[in-house]
Design a protein around this ligand. Structure first.
Ligand code: GLT
Ligand code: MN
Ligand code: MN
Length: 393
């Protein structure tokens, strides 16, 4: 803890924290109640987030430009927004299309049974990509909020996958043709607002990406809440994405298991899991945006929104400091070392198959009773981590 900003957990743009316009712009409305506060405009969001130390924002087409705006209205809104970005030194790191609010998407966008809906979804997304490129976004997210069913009689699940693939392939070609410097990130969710969504987990998308025409252009945008809704370990999902070179973007928030999509302030529920997540992001050298996709409690009024935003970033920075403490903790590192048995000779054997190596390995005298005598001290390790997080180490 050398500099003042580190001690005070005040972020700078180097930390690359971004917020969706729809997050701090959330009005508090939910399926059971009306809005509870007046949401800030996009320009106000930029003006209020900049002094808090955020790096930028992300936008849906219609967070900024109303769906029925004329070309002139669109251009004026975009110009004013760009001026605000410039004045406050903020960027648009990610853009996306709203393919879920309008009634036209009630039964899906790219996976709809209606060819006209699918064509409209492509048209709207190309315009969204143009808008994103104009704002300088390098990442374009696809969250298929309506790509799912309640009634599986409605379509063959294979057709849904094929239609989604055709759309992503088409849009990859569009980006290439336009010579945009832009990559796609696919965001999974198991359910809500549909009964079941296609591609329910990050793992499902990692498999799908390999079937695309340009897999190198497409990665994932995992969200804490969405994997937690499915009862999964987010740290493991992100680990697999990173290992595959596919973590293009990330949606940070929090979520109790087994609930509706809560989109809670980052780190407000699962402190331990979020510690391992921050550790992974920091140790992997992930250099993309740390994007918050959460919203303030419905009970907050206008000013509480900024407490929420500050809280997301502070918790990340505090956890990052805990990661450094974990790395420097000699006891933790000793337990970790003791729990590992390295054997370069043996490891080299298993690394590359040849028939001779396979024969040698089959004949090796490996005594499982002896091997199993060595035990890792994970009770001690976990308690050390708990104490570190509780602030007594
Ligand atoms: C929507 C959803 C998020 C997605 C956003 C991108 S919009 O709020 O709940 O998880 O990331 O479309
Ligand atoms: Mn999200
Ligand atoms: Mn969510």
């Amino acid at each position: 803890m050398s500099t003042k900003s580190q001690r005070d957990y005040v972020p700078t743009s180097a930390d690359r924290f971004t917020f969706g316009l729809w997050t701090v712009g959330n009005s508090g409305a939910d399926p059971f109640g009306t809005r509870t506060r007046v949401p800030p405009t996009p320009v106000e969001i930029v003006r209020r987030l900049a002094p808090l130390g955020a790096y930028g924002v992300s936008v849906h087409d219609n967070d900024l430009v109303p769906i029925d705006a004329t070309v002139a209205e669109r251009d004026r809104v975009v110009r004013e927004f760009q001026t605000a970005l410039r004045d406050h030194g903020m960027v648009v790191a990610m853009a996306t299309t709203n393919l879920f609010t309008d009634p036209v998407f009630a039964d899906g966008a790219f996976t709809s049974n209606d060819a006209q809906v699918r064509a409209y979804a492509l048209q709207k997304t190309m315009r969204g990509i143009d808008l994103g490129a104009e704002l300088g976004a390098k990442i374009f997210v696809f969250w298929g909020g309506r790509e799912g069913t309640e009634c599986d009689a409605s379509k063959d699940a294979r057709d849904a996958v094929r239609r989604f693939r055709e759309a992503v392939n088409f849009l990859c070609e569009y980006v290439r043709h336009q010579r945009y410097e832009m990559r796609f990130a696919l965001e999974a969710k198991p359910n809500e607002p549909r009964g079941d969504l296609y591609f329910p987990t990050t793992g499902a998308y990692l498999g799908f990406i390999q079937t695309l025409d340009h897999p190198e252009m497409v990665g994932v945008n995992p969200e804490v809440a969405h994997e937690h809704m499915a009862g999964l370990n987010f740290y493991h999902a992100v680990g697999q994405a990173l290992e595959a070179g596919k973590l293009f973007h990330i949606d940070l928030n929090d979520q109790l298991f087994g609930r509706y999509d809560q989109d809670l302030r980052f780190g407000s529920v699962s402190l331990k899991s979020m510690f391992y997540l921050v550790k992974l992001l920091e140790e992997s050298g992930y250099d993309g945006p740390r994007h918050f996709d959460a919203h303030p409690y419905r009970s907050e009024a206008e000013e509480g929104v900024w407490d929420f935003a500050r809280g997301c970033m502070r918790t990340y920075l505090i956890l990052r400091e805990k990661v450094r403490a974990f790395q420097a903790d000699t006891e933790i590192q000793m337990v970790l070392r003791e729990a590992t048995r390295d054997d370069p000779g043996l490891e080299a054997l298993g690394r590359r198959f040849t028939p001779e190596v396979a024969e040698r390995l089959k004949r090796l005298p490996l005594d499982r009773i002896e091997i199993a005598k060595r035990r890792p001290h994970y009770e001690r390790l976990d308690q050390l981590v708990v104490e570190l997080l509780l602030g007594v180490r």
